[in-house]
Design a protein around this ligand. Structure first.
Ligand code: AHR
Length: 504
């Protein structure tokens, strides 16, 4: 296929929102236990944090990390996870049919986030609990001292407040699977009143109302409308969650970003309609705080999902092993988020370790990057400055779900200070290389500064993954043959590939 892209420094969308490159740590499976935290591991520090995992997290550089759930939060007693460890109770976690030891909690997470150099984002339980408990945890986290919960934090060894800015008002409350699931009207009222009360505790926080769990929810659209009618003045963001997997048509899966585009544009339209109707001034942004590839159909067949497993501590749950195809899809999802960076200003890939993880780790063993970690890390590092409105004219292919879809998918940024144009490109064609021309006339003279590609190499195919024995099999390699002359960059993307090209 062929594609012609055009970018111009005068055609930008918004500054790159730094919180677009977030991730998520849930008390689920082995994300916390034997993921980020494993006392007794040879690489654990004095607090039990795995320094090998921390090193990889620092390389990925998630700018914000959401915690502690996910479905888990809807039955969570945050108080169980603070104070002397030997006094912390074990509980049944109904969401993931696991035993929660509470050895790791808010204080440990705040310390981990600091060590990882990331911003903490918290969710409160609006499934089984409500306004008071949300205010209590906020007081524990952010109030300087002299009150019950702030003094408790100090007694637990943290004199300084954690100063957590971003708070989610529950999780996926539209989903019948959620403990404490509610109708949009029930949730909207509770979210509005919780938000109002939380702001009285700390006016400096930013609040996220729950949006839809995916774009196929029967309540999609109407949920956002009702929730925002109730909460508009009290919240800053409405959330979106989306997971994609390959079913029986690889072309459909490779076009998943089309669903993400549709999801974002529909929620923006709904939020803006509520804004107009309510004569509100401010705009509501989207916090796309769960997104990834997830082979959910496999999970539905598991003993945990069917309620047939024994109750265990940190069982293996949804430890999907990601392929080259999955990495290309993740690259296109990042493109979709970036293209909508004027309204999607927070996003969290789900999840960080082991559970549909960017990273994998084994108890007592090594940690490594999955294929999908590479596009995530590259875009986080290299998307700086302003988001470019990339004009794309690409050959197309036919998909059952999305109709005609571009074979080449792209996003880009312009960092005027550094003088760097960064392009993030995917070739969805499984058989043919893509010849891509990029018009860059408006930037003056440019040279190729960096070009790398993720694609199958000799002896690999689109299903190749990294694993404990081959932690580096799928990685970025140099993309040769990129040229720039007379204001046009030329490059060839291998079949089914994701690439980053920087011109300066
Ligand atoms: O990330 C896994 C799960 O997916 C989360 O707990 C939930 O919010 C979503 O359904």
């Amino acid at each position: 296929p062929r594609a012609r892209l055009t970018v111009d420094p005068d055609f930008t969308i918004a500054p790159v929102p730094r919180r677009l490159f977030g991730s998520f740590v849930e008390h689920m499976g082995r994300c916390v236990y034997t993921g980020i935290y494993e006392p007794g591991h040879p690489k654990a520090d004095a607090d039990g944090l795995r320094t090998d995992v921390l090193d990889l997290v620092r390389e990925l550089g998630p700018t914000v990390v959401r915690y502690p759930g996910g479905n888990f939060v809807s039955g969570y007693y945050w108080e169980d996870g603070v104070g002397p460890k030997e006094q912390r109770p074990r509980r049944l976690d109904r969401a993931w049919r696991s035993i929660e030891t509470n050895e790791f909690g808010l204080g440990e997470f705040a310390r981990w986030a600091k060590a990882a150099g990331t911003e903490a984002m918290m969710a409160v339980n609006l499934g089984t609990r409500g306004i008071q408990e949300a205010c209590d945890i906020l007081e524990y986290a952010n109030h300087p001292g002299g009150t019950k919960y702030s003094d408790l934090r100090r007694a637990h060894g943290s004199a300084e407040p954690f100063d957590i800015k971003l708070w989610c008002l529950g999780n996926e409350m539209d989903g019948p699977w959620q403990v404490g699931h509610k109708t949009a009207a029930e949730y909207g009222r509770l979210a509005a009143e919780t938000a109002r009360a939380m702001r009285l505790v700390d006016p400096g926080i930013e609040l996220v109302a729950c949006g839809s769990s995916n774009s196929r929810m029967p309540t999609f659209g109407e949920w956002e409308r009702v929730v925002l009618e109730e909460t508009y003045d009290q919240v800053d963001y409405i959330s979106a969650h989306a997971y994609y997997q390959e079913h029986d048509h690889a072309g459909d899966f490779l076009a998943a970003a089309r669903d993400m585009d549709h999801f974002i544009e529909s929620v923006v339209a709904t939020a803006d309609a509520v804004r107009a109707r309510g004569k509100h001034r401010k705009k509501i942004d989207i916090s796309f705080d769960e997104w990834n590839v997830w082979y959910q159909s496999r999970h539905h067949e598991s003993a945990i999902a069917k309620g047939e497993s024994e109750w265990e501590v940190a069982p293996r749950v949804i430890e999907d092993e990601y392929s080259i195809t999955d990495a290309v899809v993740v690259g296109t999802l990042l493109n979709s988020l970036l293209r909508h960076g004027d309204r999607v200003t927070v996003a969290c890939q789900a999840q960080l370790v082991n559970v549909i993880g960017l990273l994998r780790s084994e108890a007592g063993g090594p940690a490594w990057k999955q294929s999908i970690a590479h596009p995530f890390e590259q875009v986080r590092r290299r998307a700086t400055g302003e988001i470019l409105a990339v004009q794309t004219r690409s050959d197309r292919y036919e998909t059952p779900r999305f109709g005609d879809v571009d074979l080449v998918d792209a996003s880009g940024t312009w960092d005027a200070e550094a003088g760097v144009v960064s392009l993030f490109l995917a070739n969805r064609d499984q058989a043919e290389a893509a010849q891509v021309e990029v018009g860059v006339r408006g930037f003056g003279e440019l040279r190729v500064q960096h070009a790398a590609v993720l694609a199958a190499t000799e002896g690999q195919d689109r299903h190749t993954t990294n694993d404990e024995q081959h932690p580096d099999r799928v990685r970025l390699r140099p993309l040769d043959g990129v040229t720039v002359a007379d204001g046009v960059a030329q490059l060839t993307l291998p079949p089914l590939s994701w690439a980053v090209v920087q011109l300066a």
